[in-house]
Design a protein around this ligand. Structure first.
Ligand SMILES: [Fe+2]
Length: 328
């Protein structure tokens, strides 16, 4: 069963300075923080960690023993905090005192925080290469390191739908399928990047439509259907010229029988990247809860894909995807 992720760290104002909350679990062992951390007390804020402090297991144990689970940092440090996550994310892989599930949760949460910032903070877009590289790097490392990584990341992934967690999920499934297909590492990185950015065009569409409670009107659906082309433009304008990566973004809603969008491409016209991402995308959409539908379990989702989408999805990739999840 997936767990519900708490969206958007809480923000608060103290003496007109804006702060945001960081969970202690997102501080990476062996990293050095570049920002000051505070706790809120009855008589105001108390500084507990200064910049340049090294995070150690002992330090985290001490905070846990004091029942400190969340700390505060100034909102102006947000970019520094994300940069800190990106710089240190690889250290998580090296931690050998975490069990696989804890490691996967830290990886999933860190990947989601970086992706959320990328998708929701316009200033972060200029760092798209750096952010997407950090996220894909860590997901891929986890997947290559352990055959159980996908299962443990699935068990901690978000039960509710957010565009950024969906994109992390789709990258994780695409990378796992790419691994099954024995892609070279360099191609896995390209595939994971394309999958992570596949819905970035949704950042151009009003939140009210993306998060609407209930079914979309025809007009709203027409707007949503523009997101693959918006995404292509965003990625290209930010210097992404890899044709396969761009194809995954613009063609992930194409269907093999030509009934997809935006171009109605058919089988041979749709790249491998787009066909892999399409499978990962549909599976994650079916297994995630939306306001208008409950989440299906993995088994029911795969059965529906096999029985009702055989004209849309690449059959041999789908069988491999089913085999991959069936092993779990
Ligand atoms: Fe999409």
């Amino acid at each position: 069963m997936k767990k519900v992720r708490i969206k958007n760290p809480i923000e608060l104002h103290i003496n007109e300075t804006k702060f945001f909350e960081i969970e202690i679990s997102s501080l990476i062992i062996d990293s050095v923080i570049t920002f000051e951390l505070f706790i809120s007390q009855e008589n105001g804020l108390k500084s507990i960690l200064k910049p340049n402090t090294k995070i150690t297991q002992q330090l985290l144990n001490k905070l846990h023993s004091l029942s400190i689970e969340k700390v505060l940092t100034e909102d102006i440090q947000r970019i520094n905090y994300i940069k800190y996550l990106e710089d240190n994310i690889r250290l998580i892989i090296a931690q050998n005192y975490f069990d696989q599930k804890t490691k996967s949760k830290v990886i999933y949460d860190t990947a989601s925080d970086i992706t959320q910032n990328l998708f929701e903070n316009p200033d972060a877009m200029k760092n798209i290469r750096r952010s997407s590289k950090a996220v894909v790097d860590i997901l891929l490392n986890n997947i290559l390191q352990s055959d159980n990584a996908l299962l443990s990341m699935m068990s901690v992934s978000s039960y509710d739908y957010y565009t950024y967690t969906h994109c992390v999920d789709v990258s994780m499934y695409s990378l796992s399928l790419g691994k099954m297909l024995q892609f070279e590492q360099i191609d896995l990185v390209r595939l994971g990047t394309s999958a992570l950015l596949h819905d970035i065009g949704k950042t151009k569409i009003e939140n009210e439509i993306i998060n609407k409670n209930g079914r979309l009107t025809d007009d709203e659906f027409l707007k949503i259907k523009k997101h693959p082309e918006f995404g292509y433009e965003i990625a290209k304008n930010l210097g992404q010229f890899d044709r396969d990566i761009l194809s995954g973004i613009v063609s992930h809603h194409e269907k093999l029988d030509g009934t997809g969008y935006p171009s109605g491409l058919k089988n041979g016209q749709i790249t491998n990247f787009a066909q892999i991402i399409a499978i990962a995308d549909v599976f994650d959409a079916l297994t995630t809860k939306r306001s208008y539908k409950p989440a299906l379990g993995s088994f029911d989702a795969l059965r529906l894909m096999r029985n009702e989408m055989s004209n849309h999805l690449n059959k041999s990739y789908l069988e491999l995807f089913i085999k991959m999840l069936g092993k779990k």
